[in-house]
Ligand binder design. Sequence first.
Ligand code: UN1
Length: 499
Amino acid sequence: MSYQPILAASGFASNETTGGTLRVTTPVDGSEIAMLPEHDRAAADKAILQAQEAFRVWREVPAPRRGELVRLLGEELRAEKESLGRLVTLECGKIYQEGLGEVQEMIDICDFAVGLSRQLYGLTIASERPGHAMRETWHPMGPCAIITAFNFPVAPWAWNAALALVCGNPIIAKPSEKAPLSLLAVQKICDRALERFGDAPEGLIQTLVGGRDLGEALAASDQVPIVSATGSVPMGKVVAQVVAGRLGRSILELGGNNAMIVGPSADLDMALRAIVFSAVGTAGQRCTSLRRLIVHADVYDALVPKLVEVYRGLPIGDPLAEGTLVGPLIDTAARDAMAAALTRATSEGGTVHGGGAALTDSHPDAAYVHPAIVEMPEQSDVVHEETFAPILYVMRYTEIEDAIAMQNAVPQGLSSCIFSTDLRETERFLAAGGSDCGIANVNIGPSGAEIGGAFGGEKDTGGGRESGSDAWKGYMRRQTATVNWSTALPLAQGIRFDI
Ligand code: UN1
C-alpha cells in the first residue's frame, strides 16, 4: 500500500523522501516509506556553528517576544494535528488516537512555555551588607541538543524545544534513525512559525538526520552546553559520560520499569482500565508503560483472570484503523526481544498468557504481537529488565511494605502507581520511604503524564527533568548579582582589610 498521501499531507515533496541513504520503513506493514538524505559530521559541525551564531542574537530578544515564536508554533501545530498525528502513527506504529495525543502534548507544552516566557522568575535576596542588593537572574545557556527516541518521536522534542526557545537557546534535534520523518515534518512546521515570526536568527531551530555519530558530535561539542537525550540506558550512560567529560549539562530521560500496586481496597474496574491502557498502549513501548503488576493476595483472583480475558479480546491490527487498540512493534528485532524475554520468564517459573506473533499471514513483514501477561512466582531477574514490548509481569503480595520494596527493587526509577482507597496506604506510597520514582500516582496508571508536571525519574532513568514545573531552570544559567549602591565598601563576613 502507498503511504505517500500521508507524507504529502505533511508537506513532503517526493524528491525529499527519495534518493537518500537512510531507509525508513513503517511498522504498519514493514514497507519502505522513504530513503532520506543524511547529514554527516561536517554538517553537524556547521549546524553547531550556526546555532552559536543564532544564540548571540536570540539571547538578547526579550523572553516574552521569544514566547511569541512558541505561540505561533502552537498555532501551526493545532492546524497540523491530524496530519502530524497520522505521520507519527505511520512511522512508529502507535494507534492514531495516541498519535493525536502526542501532538496534543506538543500543543500543551507550547501553551505552557508561552506563559512561562513571562515568568522566568529570579529572586531578590537580603544582603548582609548595608546599601547592598542581591538578586538571582536566569540567563540563556546556549545551543541545546535534543536527541529523541522512536517511540515518542515528537512530544519529548517539544518539551525540550518549547522550553529551550523561551529560555533563549537555539535547538539542534537528532531524531531516532527509526523515526526521523515526524521530526522533519515538525521542522517544516517550525519553519512556518519562524516565517510568520519574521526576524528570528537563522539556525535557531535545526534538525540533523543520520546515525549515532551525529549524536556523538553533539554530545562531545563544548559549543553545545545542554544535551537532552531520551532513549535507552546504555545510550544515556554514554551521553552522560561524554557530556560530563567536558563539564556540560545533560538532561536524561532513559528507561522505566514501571509498577502498579493493587491494594485490597482498590476499585478493580478502574484498575483494570488503567492496567490495560498503560500496559498495551503504544504496544508497551512507552518509557512509562506498565510492566509490573503487584497485586494483593485478597484481590488477585478477582483481578488477574479478568485481565487475561480482556487481553484475549484486544483488537490488534492496523494502527491507522479506527477501533484498533494494539498496533505493531517497531520492528522484528523488538518482537524477537519480546519472545526471548517470555522464554526467560518461563524458565524462571512464569506462566505466560498470550504473547507470540500476530497477523503474520496478512502482514508478513511487520511485527504485530499478542500482548502477554506473565504470572511470576517472584520478581525474578527478567522482571528487573525493561523489555520494550507489551509484557506485563504479575506478582502477588500480602504486606504493603513488601509491595513497596518490590516496586523499588529494580534499577529504573521513572513511574509508579498504587490503586487503593485506603488513605494510610496511599500516603505511605507517596512518603519519603515510599515509591522511589520520579512519578508516583494514586488511582491512575503510570503512563500518560500531563505536561504541567516535571517529567523524569531517578536511578537508571537518568535523573533529568523535562516539561512542566520548574524544569525550565535546566535550560538556563543562574547568575547571582550583588549590587553595592552605598558609598562604602564593607566586605562580606565582616572581614577587615584596610589598605
Ligand atoms: C516516553 O515514553 O518517552 O507519560 C514519553 C507518558 C507520555 C510521555 C511518554 N506523556 O506516557
